[in-house]
Design a protein around this ligand. Structure first.
Ligand SMILES: N[C@@H](CCC(=O)N[C@@H](CS)C(=O)NCC(=O)O)C(=O)O
Length: 235
């Protein structure tokens, strides 16, 4: 049995980490049995979450884990995709993971209002009493990382325009299809759901969240995926 090491559920979704939520969504879409537990970063092979444990071995990185699971269990979700569809899915996934992710970081870690809401939830990673002391230090590190990545150097109105451009591009690719690439879910939907719902669910009324709420196809898509794969409740 596979053990998924993940973050806590919050804000009505199964994980505060979009990468953990992506992997958990994939596991559910592909029908891979698993048990879930709160991650201990000390055991993370790459120092990040999610990671999995199988027969005493640990593997990190959501995408490397998905590739491993495809090899092990077969690839029912993506088997029928042609090269152009795989390329389109890949591009959307990379926009979500490499760009939209940093907007989520801005909203939760850098913004004062976001941090006020996020801090106590993130603090649940740590034993009682410890979170209060370590989270400000971690916040300084994350804010520095946002600066190094580049998004953190821009003015708020510039950041917003960049975020809106990403969200509207993703919304345009989805269009009115039930799933990103057509009638059926593929592995790329795990990323689409995880990153967009992470913007929608975070309960701070930021301009980017309001903009995303205005993309009705994305909102309905997240509701559909949540209903189909997470209606049984959170792990
Ligand atoms: N490429 C990795 C990214 C995972 C990632 O960035 N996870 C974040 C949480 S959402 C993390 O563990 N950050 C801790 C750190 O960067 O030290 C994946 O796909 O799993």
């Amino acid at each position: 049995m596979l053990t998924l090491h993940k973050g806590p559920a919050a804000f009505g979704v199964n994980d505060i980490s979009p990468f953990c939520l992506k992997l958990e969504t994939y596991l559910r879409m592909a029908g891979v049995p698993y048990t879930a537990r709160m991650a201990d970063f000390g055991k993370a092979p790459k120092g990040k979450i999610p990671f999995i444990e199988e027969d005493g071995s640990y593997l990190g990185d959501s995408q490397l884990i998905i590739e491993h699971l495809k090899r092990k269990h077969g690839d029912t979700l993506d088997a029928k995709l042609d090269a152009a569809e795989i390329a389109q899915g890949h591009l959307v996934r990379r926009v979500l993971e490499e760009s939209v992710y940093w907007h989520i970081i801005q909203e939760r870690w850098v913004s004062q209002e976001g941090w006020r809401v996020y801090k106590p939830v993130f603090g649940t990673f740590f034993p009682p009493g410890v979170g209060k002391f370590v989270t400000p230090m971690i916040r300084r590190g994350v804010t520095k990382a946002a600066h190094t990545q580049g998004l953190g150097r821009h003015r708020p109105e510039e950041v917003l325009e960049m975020g809106k451009a990403d969200v509207s591009a993703v919304a345009a690719v989805l269009g009115d299809k039930p799933f990103l690439l057509g009638e059926n879910p593929t592995s790329f939907d795990a990323a689409l759901y995880a990153f967009i719902v992470s913007i929608l669910a975070f309960p701070v009324d930021s301009p980017l969240r309001k903009y995303t709420q205005g993309q009705q196809n994305l909102v309905r898509y997240c509701e559909r995926v949540q209903q189909r794969y997470f209606a049984g409740g959170q792990k």
